[in-house]
Design a protein around this ligand. Structure first.
Ligand SMILES: Cc1cc2nc3c(=O)[nH]c(=O)nc-3n(C[C@H](O)[C@H](O)[C@H](O)COP(=O)(O)OP(=O)(O)OC[C@H]3O[C@@H](n4cnc5c(N)ncnc54)[C@H](O)[C@@H]3O)c2cc1C
Length: 277
């Protein structure tokens, strides 16, 4: 049982939960699945697919994240000389409330801090999970649903697909190469897998091209799209301006942004509504 004297986070922050890595799997060459377990996960519950958590991770050279000594407003304050941990956003993929075990999949890409950390992570390591937050309330009046995701958003997309009513689904995934393609329980056989190659500057191009070419069925539809932030904006613009979808018919999310570490978790691309994110 993990018991630590963490100063309580202020109520405006999501709860901090210590967890231990119980198992590590490699479903594809670039995806690391962590099984995180801890008593602090009691009561962990999301209110819809596509929720997120923050992983609070140790800086290079530290075995575990340091604890703050106190919070000032929403800001954690650390003891003098202590290197603070860093936070990154991930999807709580599966939670087992009996075993108090949470699965999270981290993509290995370039030299991202979390991507680097996970390649050296070991069973028995302790980290902190903050959250969950968010989650999509799936509208059930769609005649069709479009779900498109890059590799960072595949965990969330599988949750979205599992939560959809039994109607027409148009599904596309963009990953680096054929080795990243894998069976995903709730994805239909018709799901398109697109390969962008190793250059992150090509992120979202294959997805955008594919979506520009698809036929959307008649009737009311909804789209859930999550990928690189600029690509998401181009796709969102296309769906609104050239396909006539209203902002209320889509959830579009920038899960990361080319050239920007730790892109904010609330980028819905709603700049077109005049209130940014
Ligand atoms: C709501 C939400 C849910 C998410 N769920 C997941 C999830 O389940 N699994 C997952 O792997 N990711 C997920 N992400 C994306 C993840 O938070 C980012 O990829 C994050 O930047 C990774 O942190 P890092 O420390 O590895 O890289 P950072 O230090 O943040 O970034 C370093 C550099 O790498 C680039 N970069 C970041 N991500 C990628 C990428 N995928 N490909 C290429 N270059 C990249 C950045 O542009 C930057 O230049 C989610 C994001 C959001 C907002």
């Amino acid at each position: 049982m993990t018991q630590r004297q963490t100063p309580a986070a202020p109520p405006s922050l999501p709860p901090r939960r210590w967890v231990t890595i119980r198992a590590i799997e490699h479903p594809t060459p670039r995806v690391v699945r962590l099984h995180l377990q801890g008593d602090d996960l009691a009561g962990f519950a999301t209110d819809g697919p596509g929720a997120h958590i923050k992983l609070i991770l140790p800086p290079p050279g530290a075995a575990k994240p340091s604890l703050p000594i106190r919070y000032e407003d929403r800001r954690a304050v650390f003891a003098e000389g202590v290197t603070p941990p860093f936070l990154r956003t991930y999807t709580p993929l599966r939670f087992d409330p009996v075993r108090l075990e949470l699965e999270v999949e981290l993509l290995i890409h370039g030299d991202g801090r979390a991507a680097t950390w996970v390649q050296g992570a070991n069973v028995g390591d302790e980290i902190v999970v903050a959250g969950p937050r968010g989650g999509w309330k799936v509208p059930d009046d769609g005649d069709w649903y479009l779900v498109a995701a890059d590799d960072t958003a595949i965990p969330a997309a599988t949750q979205v697909l599992a939560a959809l009513p039994d109607r027409t689904r148009i599904v596309a995934f963009e990953v680096v190469d054929e080795n990243e393609r894998r069976p995903l329980g709730p994805a239909p056989d018709s799901a398109h897998w697109l390969f962008r190659g190793d250059d992150p500057r090509r992120a979202g191009l294959a997805l955008e091209k594919h979506l520009r070419g698809i036929e959307l069925a008649a009737g009311r539809g909804y789209a859930w799209i999550a990928c690189e932030a600029d690509a998401m904006r181009r796709i969102r613009k296309h769906l609104i301006e050239e396909r006539g979808l209203s902002p209320g018919q889509m959830v579009t999310r920038g899960y990361w942004k080319l050239g920007t570490p730790d892109h904010p978790d609330g980028d819905y691309g709603q700049d077109d509504l005049g209130h940014g994110h």
